[in-house]
Design a protein around this ligand. Structure first.
Ligand SMILES: [Mn+2]
Length: 336
């Protein structure tokens, strides 16, 4: 069925070549390496194929993605541009997400698109449709973009994947597989990475920018988070809370928390880790990481969130973080 949907998407894009249509690309808010890498790659592939495409985003792009080729093509979203964008948009393409609720301030624009397509690898219970390619067996949306671009190359008999696109897709895949170490990594992942390496991707530099490059602020924040992590249910659950004040006092920003929830899960005996972060509006963002004994995706969905079996997230209304921790630990206890 996914095969048919891929064909359908390729046929649709091939038909847009040289047409007055404009495709708007929608990676999810809280952009990550897969979302930005996949979206920029898709933008370049579409433009190379003679299809008008735009990547408008409504948050600040984290500095660590500044090295990506084409990052300057991302247009900042502004409300006063809405009427013109609305008039121009003929297709909204969601990438690395499948619901308009993940598109932040761009949601209104997304919802008003005459046609919607989806390319995603997150488990979803949403509607199904011919232009919704959702493949949870893909380690990253980047894998799906690779397969789509290859097929579009064959259909149009034109080269679309160059060195820059290869760097972007490698970034997407390396991000979502934790540099090829997460359990989502498959033979397909390596097969695609192998093809990408034929474009002379500087993998050391990509990994350095994504994972190893750090700062005094980040080390400081990490130290505080580790020190204040609490353990519950005989050490099976680890919970860390990060207030706006901690971010401010350490000079760190939210992207400096990337990977921390996973580190907490690595503590011997911990089956589930929760990283609770206070947002600017007082709401809470919760990152969940788990071992095989706990389905993070199902747990997150039960509270309005989503994600993968071992890595998921959800959002809570404003409340004290300790109260949220108690509430979530009690719920996790019911699930364990
Ligand atoms: Mn992804």
């Amino acid at each position: 069925m996914n095969h048919d949907r891929m064909e359908e998407l390729v046929r649709m894009f091939a038909g847009l070549r040289g047409q007055p249509d404009t495709v708007f690309l929608y990676p999810h808010t809280g952009i990550d390496g897969d979302a930005i890498g996949s979206t920029l790659a898709m933008l370049m592939v579409l433009r190379c194929a003679g299809i008008t495409a735009r990547f408008v985003y409504d948050e600040v792009i984290p500095a660590k993605y500044g090295f990506l080729p084409g990052v300057e093509l991302i247009e900042p979203f502004a409300e006063d541009l809405l009427p013109r964008m609305r008039a121009e948009q003929t297709l909204a393409l969601a990438l690395d997400c499948s619901e308009s609720s993940r598109t932040g301030r761009r949601q209104e624009l997304f919802d008003q698109a005459p046609q919607v397509a989806v390319i995603d690898h997150h488990v979803s219970e949403g509607e199904s449709g011919p232009l919704r390619l959702i493949d949870p067996t893909a380690a990253a949306t980047g894998e799906l973009i690779w397969e789509l671009a290859r097929q579009l190359e064959r259909t149009l008999n034109q080269t679309l994947i160059d060195h820059d696109v290869a760097v972007l897709l490698m970034t997407a895949i390396i991000s979502d597989t934790g540099r090829f170490t997460f359990s989502n990594t498959t033979a397909r992942t390596f097969a695609i990475a192998s093809e990408l390496m034929l474009h002379q991707v500087d993998i050391r530099s990509v990994v350095y920018q994504l994972f190893d490059l750090t700062s005094p602020e980040r080390l400081n924040l990490t130290g505080h988070v580790y020190e204040e992590t609490r353990y519950y249910l005989d050490g099976r659950v680890a919970v860390a809370c990060v207030s706006q004040e901690l971010l401010y006092s350490t000079g760190a920003d939210a992207s400096d928390l990337d990977g921390l929830a996973g580190h907490l899960r690595n503590v011997a005996g911990v089956e589930v880790s929760l990283l609770i972060r206070e947002l600017a509006d007082g709401g809470l963002r919760v990152n969940i990481r788990s071992g095989a004994s706990f389905n993070s995706a199902a747990f997150a969905r039960s509270l309005g969130g989503g994600g993968h079996a071992r890595a998921a997230g959800l959002q809570l209304e404003p409340m004290p973080m300790r109260q949220a921790a108690d509430l979530l630990v009690a719920k996790v206890g019911e699930w364990l």
